[in-house]
Design a protein around this ligand. Sequence first.
Ligand SMILES: C[S@@+](CC[C@H](N)C(=O)[O-])C[C@H]1O[C@@H](n2cnc3c(N)ncnc32)[C@H](O)[C@@H]1O
Length: 263
Amino acid sequence: MGPVGVRERAELTVRLRAAGCVAAEEEAAEIWSAAGADEEAAAAMVARRETGEPLAWIIGRIDFGGVQISVAPGVYVPRWQTAALAAAALRRLPAGGTCLDLCTGSGAVPAYLRAKGASGRLLGTDVDPTAVACARSNGVEAIRCSLDTDVPSELEHRFDVLTAVVPYVPRSALPLLAPDVRQWEPPVALDGGPDGTQVLRQVAGLAPRWLRPGGWLLLEMGADQIGTLTDMAEGLGFDAVSVLADGDGDPCGFEARWASTSL
Ligand SMILES: C[S@@+](CC[C@H](N)C(=O)[O-])C[C@H]1O[C@@H](n2cnc3c(N)ncnc32)[C@H](O)[C@@H]1O
C-alpha cells in the first residue's frame, strides 16, 4: 500500500486530464484536499469539474494574490491578473485609508486589502445579490446596488481609493470567450456593452464624486481600451495617469490621481 491518497489523486488526475483540464494534477490535489480526503466526495467534485464548472465554485475558494477568497457558485471567479490592480491599490492606500470597490463580485479586492493590513473603511457594491452575499462571507462590507447608486452621500469626496473591475468584454466578443467562462459565468459580470467600455466610462465619470482630491482611481480593462479611458480620465481632471501591468507584464488597466481642487 502506498502513501495515503496517492492512488486516489492519480485516478482523479486521469479523469481531469481526460476532461481537458490543463493543470489536472494540481486540480486533483485541490479537490482531494477540499473533499477532506473522502474518495466519494472527491469523485463527486470531479464529476462537476468534468462538466466544465469552474474549480473555484466546486472547492469554494481561490488563491488571490496569496489571499484565500471564498467563491460561491454563480459568482465571477477572481482572476490572477486582477491581483496586480489590488496590489497597486494597496500601494495607494494611506494608513487608515478608505476604498470604494465598485462591481466587487466576491469582494476579492477589498478582502485582499484587508488581509494585507488595510484598517480603514473598505466598501464594495455589486448589482448581483449572490455576489453581495459572497463578498460579505469574505468579510467585506457590501451594498447591493448598481455602481454607486446606494453609496451614502455623506461619503462623497471621502474615499482615498476607488477600484473597479467592471464587465468590459465587448458584446460581440462574448461568444468567443472560452467555453468554461461563456457557459458558466454570469453575463452581467462580463458584458461591457457594444465596445466593452460602457461601464468603464460610467465609473470614470462618477469617480470624482467619491474621491477626495489627491485620491486614486484604479480600473482594470483590456489593453485596447486603455487609451480611450485614460483620455477620458485626463479630460475629467485626473492626472499622474499610469498604465498597470499584470504579473506577465501585459497592460491590464490604469491608475490616475484625482487632481481637482475645485470642490
Ligand atoms: C468582472 S466581475 C469582477 C468582480 C470582482 N471585482 C473581481 O475582480 O473578482 C464584474 C462584477 O460586476 C458586477 N456588476 C455588473 N454590472 C454592475 C453594475 N451596474 N453595478 C454593480 N455591479 C455590477 C457583476 O455582478 C460582477 O460581480
